[in-house]
Design a binder for this molecule. Sequence first.
Ligand code: FAD
Length: 246
Amino acid sequence: AVQPLAYARGLAKAALAAGAVLHTDTPVAGLSRRGTTWTVRTGRGPSLTTERVVLCTNGYSGDLWPRLRQTIIAANSFQVATVPLSDNLRRTVLPEGQVSSDTRKLLLYFRLDHTGRLLLGGRGPFREPRGAADWAHLERIVPKLFPQLAGIDFDHRWCGRVAVTRDYLPHLHAPEPGLLIDIGCQGRGVGLQTRMGQAIARFVARDDADALPVAPSPITPLPLHGLHRLYAAAVVAWYRLQDGGL
Ligand SMILES: Cc1cc2nc3c(=O)[nH]c(=O)nc-3n(C[C@H](O)[C@H](O)[C@H](O)COP(=O)(O)OP(=O)(O)OC[C@H]3O[C@@H](n4cnc5c(N)ncnc54)[C@H](O)[C@@H]3O)c2cc1C
């Protein structure tokens, strides 16, 4: 099985080998255009100029581009990992290495990793986590799915934001010449955005509009976006009722 992190590292290495320069931990604080030249101002001070900008901030979109943040609901996906399972237990849990998710409305996804930990993810609070208790609902589910894991310890807990759009489809926007925005992968971005990245690279390098798999659309904020936590919480409660159990 391909490990996503190793794959991402491989892509980064290939980009560096091709002459790309990566600036990590460098937030972009402003974007402005004069004619065909964009100025990208970084939060650390220096700016750079370019003819093309691709903005892929997804669930972390802030106010860099007007109204973009209001086109998505940024939801947290929470995940836990058990300690590595013993060989005996490992043989009884997803013994053929299945990568699984269930069919509930608020789906759970789970798999073993290469060290034999069971990883399980699902929904969590919309706010940022405050402590281990915010993952407790997932830890309670593990022995319900796999009773042989009752009492197992968890040694990793994490979460991150995914971007959900109104139509559950990825959106591309091209609000000004030279700027392309790619947003909204509904929590399925590992394959989707990797593929989208290839298409966007072709679009940028060859100015090939046909390379884009989705036609750019206008930036359209969700209605009453300021209340999104309220209505998302209502939807989650409704889905939880429909799911029942666990
Ligand atoms: C716990 C968890 C489990 C998941 N499991 C799966 C899975 O099994 N399969 C799957 O397909 N997907 C999964 N996802 C979803 C997947 O991680 C995302 O869909 C994917 O990472 C989206 O990729 P992206 O490049 O569009 O955005 P992101 O990976 O979210 O990257 C956006 C980047 O923009 C940066 N950024 C934001 N603002 C600025 C700024 N002003 N300047 C510079 N940079 C900025 C952020 O720092 C971030 O690095 C999971 C997500 C989580 C949190």
